[in-house]
Design a protein around this ligand. Structure first.
Ligand code: MGD
Ligand code: MGD
Ligand code: SF4
Ligand code: MO
Length: 673
């Protein structure tokens, strides 16, 4: 028996991007554990990934190319060889492009694997084909746009700084579920007497463990941050020195806040004036305040403005100046590289149309000229895209050619005309940065590919070759693409030889400052966002989305939020829970009014679709707010997944999604109160 230990990096779309050690016994992965030499990972990983080798060798794994043998969506296939698959794929793409134009081809991909090469592997070929472009907005686009309106290119504060904080504010982030390694700094801070405040519509895992929980209404953070700032100004609690020296445009904000109506701020935030005053005093009393801002709060019609308002609040408190225990972290922005070296937009024949990935349902059902070929990889849109019943409707079109490159038989894979087997991170090479810390690393394959699986990179190189393309990216090796990208990275230590960045080495970015200061050089914080047309320059209260629509409210009285589940990573690992539909949290008052029993199977419904859940009657949520954690894979007879209820409407900035603002009702129930 030979046992080897190999270093690798978790590829999942998780801020923690853990360094890991894989135990390989006779060529098979038998264990995955956290790497002690990765300072942030600190030797432990989440339970989802501890069992990853079951997924690697599991019966759900797609192991060879397959052609549809049943109806669309039925999931019946017959095995074919790679040669036949690639011949057919090249031929169909050529034919579709010739008949309907390159734009009739739409790539659809996101972050199943966060490696820079894997994520972008298809783009050189799609550019060459002149396909429609995909605007990849589903996750952090709105939060990022909100941040950059106020902070430009500034990176976030190093998470390690939070260990010294006296007050940590987890704002729209469920640390104990989605960012578990940050908890070590929370724990360290609390050991020294620090406190944790959670601002979240429901009592999530993090709020349960917190000192204080403020159950803001979904979409109410802008109002809350404005209210806190109004108190700070009224009571002269702002950091005057910081504002005078290091910011611009404060007067405009103060003027707006002086006229802001308390009643509106209270109504929109769902928190009282006293609660806002309590937060204002708490945040300003201690200098060592650290804001950990999540992406969850941005998934609303006014999510961009919420992030702008929270950033402005942080500036009123002087948190951008840094110092021990002080800081603001949304995403780290640790390394910046030239994406063109991965995606090669220069190969595009001209400007082609762009499809926002939130609008997939629309793109497949009503867009003209129509999409004729959809190429899905690194993504499971049937589960994760909003308004999913429209996505399924599109995928059922007989005249649509759907290719899915996948690791396991996902709900999307079942709709493939051509299904191709994908490697996992343990079987391919890549480079990983992180959005929750400041390290990067490259990886080498830990094992040989299982079955006939191929990496995203190898698939697209083989396909390009079949199509007769020999432009520079199509003749690169994976190592060459990684090296080329590394060569463009900002944040690498001076004198760092990229040839020496090999598997097992973790490189810390120079874009972070250990004193926690976020502002760079003489850079100032601008309360009035610069260069905007049509957008308010200082943050302010803006219009709510679906939740303020009186017509919809009269039919669907509950606000639904759809946050992550501890045992899933978005929809990844859904195959582990066949038949599981997940819970919906219902406040006891609502349960009584609607005669919903704890443990009862309920059908949630709105004008877009329906989805089954098991009711949990609990005070963890507010009256009028329902919470469904997790994107489980529903069975056919259970109707749709949770995203059948969510909307294709875009947020105010960045073109992101509005996952957390759908209105719903209980189907087949009568209000009796
Ligand atoms: N276990 C696990 N970990 C994950 C994921 C997963 O699915 N499972 N997903 C990964 C991905 S892709 C991402 S982007 C990150 C996301 O991680 P986060 O940044 O934590 O964002 P969300 O998970 O969307 O939501 C976090 C919290 O925001 C709350 N929220 C919803 N609406 C509002 C609001 O209007 N205001 C406030 N204050 N809070 C609100 C939700 O109730 C939830 O508790 O997590 C990553 N980590
Ligand atoms: N209701 C609701 N919906 C949401 C969210 C939410 O909080 N609530 N969160 C949204 C967010 S933040 C995000 S980021 C998106 C995420 O949406 P997705 O990026 O689709 O993420 P996953 O659901 O993890 O699915 C990724 C798929 O890629 C596959 N995969 C992994 N590695 C590879 C690879 O190397 N090659 C190929 N070809 N495939 C691979 C996996 O097997 C998996 O099926 O979901 C969004 N949808
Ligand atoms: S999912 Fe997140 S916490 Fe779990 S191993 Fe991967 S990076 Fe670490
Ligand atoms: Mo995400």
């Amino acid at each position: 028996m030979t046992i080897e230990y190999k270093r690798t990096i978790c590829p999942l779309d998780c801020p923690d991007s853990c360094g890991m050690i894989a135990t390989v016994t006779d060529g098979r992965v038998t264990r995955l554990a956290g790497d002690r030499d990765h300072t942030y990972t600190n030797g432990f990983i989440c339970r989802k990934m501890q069992g990853y080798h079951d997924r690697l060798y599991g019966t759900d794994r797609v192991l060879f190319p397959q052609l549809r043998a049943g109806k669309k969506g039925e999931g019946r296939f017959r095995r074919i060889g790679w040669d036949e698959a690639l011949d057919m794929l090249a031929e169909r793409l050529r034919e579709i492009a010739a008949r309907f134009g390159g734009e009739s081809i739409l790539p659809y991909c996101y972050a199943g694997n966060m490696g820079a090469v894997s994520r972008n592997a298809g783009f050189p070929l799609f550019h060459k084909l002149g396909s429609s472009q995909l605007d990849q907005t589903i996750c952090s686009a709105t939060a990022g746009a909100g941040w950059s309106r106020q902070c430009g290119e500034l990176p976030g504060c190093p998470p390690e700084n939070a260990a010294e904080a006296e007050l940590i504010v987890a704002w729209g982030v469920n640390i104990r579920v989605t960012n578990i390694h940050f908890w070590q700094y929370v724990a360290a801070a609390r050991k020294k007497g620090g406190r944790l405040v959670v601002i979240d519509p429901y009592r999530n895992e993090t709020a349960r463990a917190a000192d204080l929980h403020f159950p803001v209404l979904p979409g109410g953070d802008g109002a809350l941050a404005l209210g806190i700032m109004k108190v700070l100004i009224e009571r002269s609690l702002v950091d005057r020195q910081f504002i005078d020296r290091e910011t611009e445009g404060f007067a405009g904000l103060a003027e707006y806040l002086a006229g802001a109506d308390w009643a509106e701020l209270v109504k929109d935030s769902g928190l009282s004036r006293e609660q806002m005053a309590e937060l204002a005093v708490l945040m300003s009393r201690t200098k060592k305040t650290f804001f950990r801002i999540g992406i969850g709060l941005s998934r609303h019609s006014r999510g961009g403005m919420a992030v702008r308002s929270i950033a402005s609040l942080a500036a009123c408190l002087g948190l951008f100046a840094g110092g021990p225990g002080r800081g603001v972290l949304l995403t780290t922005g640790a390394f910046r590289g030239e994406k063109a070296r991965l995606a090669w937009p220069s190969l595009a024949p001209g400007c082609t149309r762009t499809v926002n990935m939130i609008h997939l349902g629309h793109a497949l059902t009503t867009l003209t000229p129509p999409v004729k070929a959809l190429f899905v990889y690194n993504c499971n849109p049937v589960s994760v895209s909003p308004d999913a019943s429209s996505v399924r409707k599109g995928l059922a079109r007989e005249d649509l050619f759907t290719v899915v490159h996948e690791q396991v038989m996902t709900p999307t894979a079942r709709y493939a005309d051509l299904l191709l087997p994908a490697t996992t991170f343990l079987e391919n090479r890549d480079i990983y940065t992180a959005y929750g810390h400041f390290y990067l690393g490259v990886t080498s394959p830990v094992i040989e590919p299982v079955g006939e699986t191929r990496s995203n990179f190898d698939l697209f190189q083989a396909l390009a070759k079949k199509m007769g393309f020999n432009d520079p990216p199509f003749v690169q090796t994976c190592e060459e693409r990684i090296a080329d990208y590394l060569g463009s990275l900002q944040g690498l230590p001076e004198g760092c030889d990229i040839k020496e960045i090999t598997a097992g080495r973790y490189i810390h970015s120079t874009n972070s400052r250990s004193d926690g200061r976020v502002l760079t050089g003489k850079g100032k914080f601008h309360f009035a966002a610069v260069g905007l047309s049509g957008e308010p320059s200082v943050c302010r209260l803006t219009q709510a989305g679906e939740s303020a629509d009186p017509d919809l409210l009269s039919r669907f009285p509950f606000r639904l939020i759809v946050p992550p589940h501890v045992d899933l990573l978005n929809s990844t690992f859904g195959e582990r829970y066949p038949g599981k539909v997940g819970d919906v949290l219902v406040h006891p008052e609502d349960a009584a009014t609607w005669e919903v029993e704890d443990g009862e199977k309920v059908l949630l419904r709105n004008h877009r679709g329906s989805s089954v859940r098991i009711a949990r009657v609990t005070t963890d949520t507010r009256p009028g707010v329902l919470v469904t954690e997790g994107i489980f894979w529903p069975t056919e007879d259970e109707g749709g997944g949770i995203n059948d209820l969510t909307s294709q409407k875009l947020a105010d900035l960045g073109g992101g999604a509005t996952f957390h603002e759908s209105l719903v009702t209980f189907a087949g129930k009568n209000r009796c109160g």
